[in-house]
Design a protein around this ligand. Structure first.
Ligand SMILES: Nc1ncnc2c1ncn2[C@@H]1O[C@H](COP(=O)(O)OP(=O)(O)OP(=O)(O)O)[C@@H](O)[C@H]1O
Length: 426
């Protein structure tokens, strides 16, 4: 939970607009209380004005919680939290405490300090009216929190029992592997809208140590399949499970999401510190050497030493992708799920990624890569599946293709279009 507090504080520190709003809120409320204390207002005017000062605190602080939930969902922070194996309830609890502490402390201060200094405020600060005024900011922020929890609850709570013990079935026909299954997908159907399935009756066995390329046209459902495997989405029917006898906790699983799972307003160094807090265990309290990040081979391999103190949002798309992959792989995952890792990276980084994945494969890691980069797939994958029209329409071992051309033809389902009329004027 302290990791979420750390993250929230750092994000606040980096956001001058939010700090300005907090400052204006405090100044505005203090000015109103000073006005009530300093002028000889009638009780009919003084009382609503006094209440208004407290309402301003609530209204001023409520947007903080809105931003926190929205950004965490969009930036993959919630996905990272889930991947760290943290209990799902910890995140909303940490957010609630972070949200309620400032209004509670501020309203108590504003109710007690001025009243102890100015006797004319005591009737307003005491009794039922005073209690109502003091509680107003907390209630406004609590209501906002509840609304956000409902709005983003799907991202936070929507989970399958992704880690499953006792996945003992043999591997699928497309593989001859005798290794235990890493992932088992059975009869899986899912759609975002009722009656419109994106994936239908998918069966997929991935043995431990296999490198699987997942191909398919835009919108075929590849990313959706990943989210079902890692438990970010719940299937309508069937199941998608990671073998808990092979991967003992979600800490062994790394899913690279589109955002790189980086909190955008934090620097890469701060993102790594946040992640290290999440991944720390009693047995391994320091999963990475935070003091010497620049010297870590993974940081150096991706040439990110000079980027560590830049905010994630300040990095170019390719650098952010490099940072996201580096940040995930630093924690030594055994199951690696990459969504278009070579998209937007330069050719040198692409080759670096290919080399890294080949080394990880040789080391026995299980790698699933969604990609449109057939060259990457040819070099890194042992096996490819192609998704199309809600189903897996190809499932082949890469070694079974005569050459790269045959592989490319199969991967694109033979749908290359040579002569396309774009309607351009001759
Ligand atoms: N959050 C969402 N809400 C509603 N529909 C969605 C959502 N995410 C994806 N979809 C739809 O589900 C389908 C599959 O999307 P998905 O992102 O899994 O495809 P993909 O194969 O990864 O595509 P791409 O190659 O373009 O990344 C698409 O039709 C997409 O429009």
């Amino acid at each position: 939970m302290h990791a979420v507090f750390y993250k929230n504080l750092i994000q606040l520190r980096h956001d001058p607009t939010k700090l300005l709003v907090i400052g204006l809120t405090i100044i505005g409320s203090a000015a109103i209380i000073a006005l009530v204390a300093g002028t000889d207002l009638t009780a009919r005017l003084a009382s609503p004005l006094y209440q208004c000062a407290f309402a301003i605190i609530g209204v001023g602080l409520a947007p903080l919680i809105v931003d926190a939930f929205r950004d965490d969902a969009a930036e993959g922070v919630i996905a990272t939290l889930r991947a760290s194996g943290q209990a799902t309830w910890r995140y909303p609890v940490a957010q609630l405490v972070t949200a309620l502490l400032p209004p509670a402390v501020l309203s108590l201060l504003f109710a007690t300090v001025p009243a102890s200094l100015v006797p004319s405020l005591r009737p307003l600060a005491g009794g039922g009216q005073g209690v109502a005024a003091t509680l107003t900011p907390v209630l406004i922020v609590a209501a906002t929190y509840l609304y956000q929890l409902i709005a983003h609850g799907k991202a936070i709570f929507m989970t399958t029992d992704t880690l499953d013990h006792g996945i003992t079935d043999g591997a699928s026909d497309a593989t001859t592997s005798t290794a235990p299954l890493a992932i088992r997908v059975r009869n899986l159907t899912f759609g975002y809208k009722r009656d419109r399935p994106v994936l239908e009756r998918i069966d997929l066995d991935v043995p431990e140590g296999q490198s699987l390329g997942i191909l398919g046209y835009n919108g075929a459902g590849k990313t959706t399949l990943f989210s079902l495997i890692t438990g970010l989405l719940r299937p309508w029917h069937g199941s998608a499970a990671i073998n808990a006898d092979v991967f003992h906790s979600m800490r062994d699983v790394f899913q690279l999401t589109e955002s790189g799972n980086l909190a955008m307003t934090m620097t890469i160094r701060e993102n790594l510190r946040f992640r290290a807090m999440l991944y720390a265990t009693r047995e391994n309290p320091h999963p990475i050497d935070l003091e010497h990040l620049d010297a870590l081979p993974m940081v150096r391999a991706f040439e990110l030493q000079d980027q560590l103190d830049k905010k994630a949002k300040e990095l170019s798309t390719g650098l952010r992708k490099r940072a996201g992959i580096m940040a995930g792989l630093l924690f030594d995952p055994k199951l690696i799920l990459l969504d278009e890792p070579t998209n937007a990276v330069d050719p040198i980084t692409r080759q670096l990624l290919i080399d890294l994945m080949r080394q990880l494969k040789a080391d026995g890691r299980t790698i699933l890569t969604i990609t449109h980069d057939l060259g990457y797939c040819w070099q890194v994958a042992d096996r490819v599946v192609v998704l199309d029209d809600r189903r897996i329409v190809r499932d082949r071992m890469v070694a079974g293709f005569a050459d790269e051309d045959a592989f490319r033809k199969a991967a694109t389902l033979g749908r290359e279009r040579d002569h396309v009329d774009f309607g351009l004027r001759k």
